[in-house]
Design a protein around this ligand. Structure first.
Ligand SMILES: Cc1cc2nc3c(=O)[nH]c(=O)nc-3n(C[C@H](O)[C@H](O)[C@H](O)COP(=O)(O)OP(=O)(O)OC[C@H]3O[C@@H](n4cnc5c(N)ncnc54)[C@H](O)[C@@H]3O)c2cc1C
Length: 242
């Protein structure tokens, strides 16, 4: 049974039109980076509730979520209106299997996200568990550069930690030097590996996928050509997804 608490919003960040982060004070039970909680609002007799990945890491004393406002979306259209000091409902228990514990013992971790899918990866990057990888490549697909949530944090990590490579891919505008178009096209062409200076292969790599369902399907198909398959606890593979 989920344990709901009323939480006060401590911070609200607007990254781009319709793209927000909310930080709120809640006593989270111990969780693993990559897991999600439920967030809700009481509307009349009904509690509208939806799952959201935690962006904060395990040791931070608050919860942070990243979300898109969906036009007419029952919860996000309301969440988007909330400001600092206002309240929402959230569960204190987090769930989900997209966690670093489940990743086999390999040297190279590839995190591939679109949109708000970057959220759980921020949590993982700030967790002690991420130290076990020799290299971590983060590929973040967004429509516009302004929609690269947590960009400065990721660039900062890349700057101080030589193991980390951060590669944005922008689909709907020209950029000054970023990869453009679809993540899959940049993977197929070899551009991603060239920029990461690292080979993406079944021998040394594990891939985490989070975000748009089409991206997840297409990347999986592409990786299948490299003999990389979905990871299951009792049938180890190379790809895990939210
Ligand atoms: C395990 C899990 C974790 C999730 N984590 C996040 C998260 O970290 N951040 C986040 O923004 N969302 C996340 N979601 C989706 C989230 O739970 C909501 O569905 C979403 O925020 C929309 O809520 P809503 O009530 O406004 O609209 P809903 O009634 O939930 O959805 C309205 C319509 O919008 C579609 N939709 C839902 N999400 C999106 C999206 N991001 N882009 C385009 N269309 C969408 C739905 O398929 C539906 O057709 C997660 C979902 C799951 C299952």
């Amino acid at each position: 049974m989920a344990n709901w608490q009323t939480a006060t919003i401590l911070d609200r960040k607007v990254w781009n039109d319709g793209l927000f982060s909310l930080t709120f004070d809640i006593e989270l039970e111990p969780f693993k980076a990559g897991q999600f909680i439920k967030v809700g609002l009481q509307v009349g007799d009904e509690r509208i509730e939806r799952p959201y990945s935690l962006v904060n890491s395990e040791d931070q004393p608050y919860a942070e979520i990243l979300f898109n406002e969906i036009e007419g979306g029952p919860l996000t259209s309301r969440l988007a209106q909330l400001d600092k000091g206002e309240q929402l409902l959230a569960t204190t228990d987090a769930h989900g299997f997209l966690v670093l514990d489940e990743v086999p013992d390999i040297p190279h971790l590839w995190m591939i996200a679109t949109g708000t899918g970057i959220g759980p990866f921020i949590s993982m990057l700030n967790s002690a568990q991420s130290q076990r990888f020799e290299r971590i490549v983060i590929i973040h697909g967004a429509t516009h550069e302004k929609s690269l949530a947590y960009r400065s944090q990721l660039e900062g990590l890349e700057h101080i930690d030589q193991r980390i490579t951060y590669l944005p891919v922008i689909s709907r505008e020209k950029t000054d030097g970023q990869m453009e178009g679809r993540i899959t096209d940049n993977l197929s062409s070899g551009e991603v590996e060239k920029r990461a200076n690292l080979e993406l292969n079944a021998e040394k790599s594990h891939v985490l996928l989070c975000g748009n369902i089409d991206m997840i399907r297409d990347v999986q198909a592409l990786l299948a050509e490299r003999d990389m398959k979905k990871h299951k606890r009792f049938e180890p593979g190379h790809i895990s997804m939210a």
